[in-house]
Design a protein around this ligand. Structure first.
Ligand code: C2E
Ligand code: MG
Ligand code: MG
Length: 480
């Protein structure tokens, strides 16, 4: 077996390791093996793939499962360093619906048809390795000369699948990653091909996508975020900024919204739009949110205790909390711990948060509203079922998304905005408009009877301490 220990290279996420305190890439390690060691390594890969055939194969399609594929693909690449290799991942956008609509056995037949289509390709060229990874996901390792060879291969597979007789539109999609060298780890190629695939999955106009430099940058950023976020929380690299909300009639501060910032020691300030989506996927968003909430409750509690002027501050609630049983207990616990009456904290939820797991969310919201928190629907107008949600959900405040006022000179936008504000007034919910940047937008909103706004025209998000200084200034001391 190779003499390095399996590890993750921080920069590129490649398999690497450490020797004498130095980081080693898989390529360096493999190149450092002498002929005998390499031979032994290849032999062990071969044995691992071919032994225990049953545990390395998918029963239904008789292709390698992921484990068998990983061994066999690595062996093919290492044994043929003169060849260029690529990985293709195939997945269906709508396999669940196919199973539901046509029945599981038709779904199984479709998977067998895919396996046959892949075997046709394997017959055409040497060194191809096939895998039925799981469910409706397949992987192909193949040598190639030109990228167009890979496109032709994908088209042939797609045509064969399209000829399968089934009463449902079948939507396979292909992600392709070309290996940088014969030592590129199979697992990394699979991740890259999957990332390429995810950019087109469900889009009718695109059948395949190659992993490109933009995706590579995004992947490196995602890896950096995953690697560094725990340390960031422990080392206080996450800062709470607050953006004041104002009364447009007089510019007075009537509230604030807490927004997280990552002050990364090497990358500078990383915006939440960049790192929160990654944390939503691995669940760490919950820790980040709780961190921000705690700082906000602590700030309000302290100011109340010191007898200072206080305005309500909004906190953002990620939709991941829908699945978190302790979610409402945590909020109530923080209010009690820092002696903060709940009316000082607004809870901002996005429309998509309301639509997922609607019942559970609705239950939680009802409870928190009855407890005394103010519920605010964030980014209103950007989701899918805005009107249904308005009808059913117990929100107190609507935050109209900045998209609504971006082209406020356009008369159609004006009509939509005017009527939206009127409708919300009639529903008796408070309105705040986000992203006000120009005086013209402000004048229009005031003319529509909307008084509250948040935007760069007034204030940028600022460190919480600066927000506190603003509150301490005399002219901002109004009651809300
Ligand atoms: P959001 O909750 O809709 O927050 C408003 C975003 O609009 C903020 O971006 C703010 O800086 C930006 N903004 C405010 N006024 C203007 C303006 O006049 N023009 C423009 N162009 N932008 C304006 P930010 O801070 O980058 O936050 C982006 C999103 O990240 C937030 O959108 C929110 O969904 C999420 N987020 C931020 N902090 C947290 C957090 O602690 N927890 C959770 N779950 N989400 C957060
Ligand atoms: Mg918000
Ligand atoms: Mg918003």
């Amino acid at each position: 077996m190779p003499k390095w220990k399996k590890g993750r290279n921080r920069e590129c996420g490649c398999m690497g390791g450490e020797q004498n305190g130095r980081e080693w890439s898989a390529e360096q390690v493999i190149k450092s093996l002498n002929e005998k060691e390499l031979e032994l390594y290849l032999y062990s890969l071969h044995k691992l793939a071919e032994n225990n055939l049953e545990s390395n194969r998918q029963m239904m399609t008789e292709l390698y499962n992921l484990r068998g594929f990983n061994y066999k693909a690595a062996e093919e690449m290492l044994q043929n360093p003169e060849l260029k290799f690529a990985m293709i991942i195939l997945d269906f956008a709508n396999f669940k619906s196919i199973n539901e609509f046509c029945g599981r056995s038709a779904g199984d037949d479709l998977l067998k048809c895919v396996a046959d289509a892949l075997r046709v390709q394997k017959k055409k060229r040497a060194h191809v390795v096939l895998s039925h990874v799981r469910a409706d996901v397949f992987a192909i390792l193949t040598p190639y000369e030109k990228k167009s060879d890979l496109v032709d291969m994908v088209k042939e597979i797609d045509e064969q699948i399209a000829s399968f007789q089934i009463a449902y539109k079948v939507l396979p999609a292909f992600g392709i990653c070309v290996a940088e060298s014969y030592t590129t780890p199979v697992s990394l190629m699979k991740d890259c091909a999957t990332m390429a695939l995810n950019t087109i999955k469900g889009k009718f106009y695109a059948k395949y996508a190659f992993f490109d430099d933009k995706m590579r940058d995004q992947m490196m950023l995602n890896k950096m975020i995953e690697n560094d976020i725990i340390g960031a929380l422990e080392e206080n690299q996450l800062a709470v900024f607050v953006q004041p909300k104002v009364d447009m009639r007089n510019g007075r501060i009537i509230g604030g919204e807490a927004l997280v910032r990552w002050l990364h020691p090497e990358r500078g300030t990383v915006s939440p739009a960049q790192f929160l989506p990654v944390l939503e996927q691995n669940g760490l968003i919950i820790d980040v949110d709780v961190y921000v909430w705690t700082k906000v409750f602590e700030m309000i509690g302290r100011r109340l205790e010191e007898g200072k002027h206080v305005v309500p501050v909004s906190i953002n609630i990620s939709r991941s909390h829908v699945f978190d049983r302790d979610f409402r207990k945590r909020l109530v616990g923080l209010a009690a711990q820092y002696h903060v009456p709940p009316e000082y904290v607004f809870l901002e939820l996005t429309e998509s948060g309301f639509s997922e797991q609607e019942d559970v969310m609705y239950e939680n919201m009802k409870f928190l509203k009855e407890y005394g928190f103010t519920l605010s629907m964030d980014d209103f107008g950007t989701g899918y079922s805005t009107m249904t949600m308005l009808k059913n959900q117990p929100v107190d405040e609507i935050k109209i998304d900045r998209g609504f006022i971006l082209d406020i000179r356009n008369s159609r936008s004006q009509t939509i905005m005017r009527h939206t504000i009127q409708m919300l007034h009639e529903l008796d919910v408070s309105i705040i408009v986000e992203g006000v940047e120009e005086k013209e937008q402000q004048d229009f909103l005031l003319d529509c009877g909307c008084r509250r706004a948040q935007g760069f025209l007034y204030y940028q998000p600022m460190p919480a301490a600066e927000f506190e200084c603003l509150l301490d200034q005399k002219e901002n001391k109004i009651s809300f």
